[in-house]
Design a protein around this ligand. Structure first.
Ligand code: BG6
Ligand code: MG
Length: 222
């Protein structure tokens, strides 16, 4: 750890945009098509989890067994429904406070990267018009190991050319917080204090947050 953070790496779903509701809709439709229901509480278990691992959890909830070929087909069905929902996203769906936080980072010369498990990250960045903030994009299209493996964040750091110790990750999922810790990075949990208790610091969201305040909280810990 260092008191000189040079880069911030942002998770996408649940940190910058609220796509969990679209994932939930698409997974619930898939569950219903297989004859069982899927609650919002159960959907919490899928946050930060890769597409195929999410499907395995869904099938275990419904106590349904499928072949590998059927699983691929089910994941494709879920994804095309999900894509039909995120295609309609607009810049209004960027979570409150995010844009001013990104602007402040830019003004301070702190580098910005994305670290997301999603293969749909490029489309979401494009539809919400925030892609231009990111100097490096590490997402589900270029990584092979899902969080809590640190690969997605280490790849982002390598793409930026910044050492992991000087990177600060923003995450809303427990698996993502563990991934950042495993990568030797500092981590801000965004959301629930109980779920994210392993993060260095926790903020509820970006509303009214300033970069200086977040860094002061973090540096106070060391
Ligand atoms: C993560 C989401 O960011 O991406 C998960 O939190 C999702 O819910 C995962 O399963 C993979 O996303 P996609 O878009 O590639 O299916
Ligand atoms: Mg997330």
């Amino acid at each position: 750890m260092t008191k000189n953070i040079k880069a911030c790496i942002f998770d996408l779903d649940g940190v910058l945009v609220d796509t969990a509701k679209y994932h939930y809709l698409a997974w619930r439709e898939l569950a219903n098509s297989m004859g069982f229901d899927f609650t919002e509480k159960q959907n919490e278990r899928l946050k930060g989890v890769s597409r195929m691992a999410s499907l395995e959890i869904l099938l275990s909830i419904g106590k349904v067994e499928k072949s590998d070929a059927e699983k691929l087909q089910l994941a494709a069905t879920k994804n095309s429904r999900y894509v039909s929902l995120i295609e309609k996203m607009t810049p209004d769906e960027v979570l409150p406070g995010v844009i001013s936080f990104l602007d402040e980072l830019k003004a301070k010369g702190i580098r910005i990267a994305l670290g997301s498990a999603s293969k749909n990250a490029p489309m979401i960045l494009e539809r919400t018009n925030i892609g231009h903030y990111f100097e490096a994009i590490s997402d589900g299209n270029i990584i092979s190991k899902a969080k809590p493996d640190p690969e997605v964040f280490l790849t982002a750091a390598t793409l930026l050319g910044v050492e992991p110790q000087a990177c600060l990750v923003f995450e809303d999922a427990e698996a993502g917080v563990e991934a950042a810790i495993a990568g030797g990075m500092s981590v801000v949990g965004v959301g629930d204090k109980l779920i994210l208790h392993r993060a260095d610091i926790i903020i509820e969201n970006f509303v009214g947050q300033s970069v200086d305040f977040v860094l002061a909280l973090l540096y106070d810990k060391y």
